[in-house]
Ligand binder design. Structure first.
Ligand code: SAH
Length: 246
């Protein structure tokens, strides 16, 4: 079963772009997912094929017309979730990514200029989604972010290496830090515990670091998920009492 992605954009040439290489690119070749980028301008009427017009009420920039957007959306709508990229949307989460990746695919509507005529959100089942609290010049990079996050979760894409379950956000925490060879580099060594071979100790250390780093860098995640009450990985439990004493 192929995960089908349709992207509606004024710049279809941007696709697959970075999604054509590495994990996502190989999965695309293997038809684990498919990608179709459609030009919104194909749905504009008239000699000038206008997709936008000036904002009602005045102000700078141009707004994408709802009639053109609706025609573009209707051409690909088939029951898949339809997401519109906008900084006014709900921030994308790993939870939502996992839901999307578990479905048949997704339709992604990319804005440009000042964005969409608001009426499109009432007229079509469009979910406004943001990729972060900053403003991009277009929705295309956001669409790529969403697709990249989904595709790596599709069965057969990451292989046996990881189901992604221990990764950042999956547990409500950031992931623990990683190290690799050389064991000593510029006078810095890999934490002793990671070289101990004691899997329970390692799991406990990793859980502690995940909690600690999340507290420091993303206190908002701790608030949202109840942080320290997160169950440590099973291997970590045995060491909890010891860890508490230090
Ligand atoms: N005037 C708008 C921003 C328009 S930016 C506002 O202030 O809300 C142009 C387009 O880039 C948007 O229509 C949207 O599709 C995309 N975009 C910009 N920032 C984004 C973000 N953080 N998340 C998702 N899409 C974004």
């Amino acid at each position: 079963m192929t995960f089908r992605a349709s992207v509606l954009t004024l710049y279809p040439d941007m696709f697959p772009g970075p999604l054509g290489v590495s994990l996502a690119g190989r999965a695309l070749e293997e038809a684990i997912w498919s990608l179709k980028a459609t030009n919104i301008r194909d749905f504009a009427a008239g000699r000038h094929r206008n997709v936008d017009d000036t904002p009602a009420g005045g102000g700078a920039g141009m707004v994408l017309r709802p009639d053109v957007l609706a025609a573009a959306l209707d051409s690909v709508a088939d029951g898949r979730p339809m997401l519109a990229l906008t900084p006014r949307g709900a921030p994308l989460t790993q939870h939502r990514v996992r839901e999307l990746a578990g479905g048949e695919g997704v339709v992604l509507l990319c804005g440009r200029f000042e964005g969409f005529d608001e009426r499109i959100f009432d007229a079509r089942p469009l979910e406004p989604v943001s990729v972060g609290d900053y403003v991009l010049s277009g929705g295309e990079l956001g669409a790529m972010v969403i697709l990249d996050a989904c595709v790596r979760l599709l069965p057969g894409v990451m292989g046996a290496a990881s189901s992604g379950e221990e990764e950042s956000f999956e547990t409500g925490l950031l992931e623990y830090p990683h190290y690799t060879r050389p064991v000593e580099w510029e006078g810095r060594t890999i934490p002793e515990v990671l070289r101990s071979g004691d899997h329970a100790k390692i799991a406990a250390w990793r859980h502690e670091r995940a909690v600690e780093d999340t507290r420091l860098r993303r206190p908002d995640l701790i608030e949202r998920h109840g942080g320290a009450s997160q169950a440590p990985p099973s291997g970590a439990r045995r060491r909890d009492t010891k860890a508490d004493k230090k």
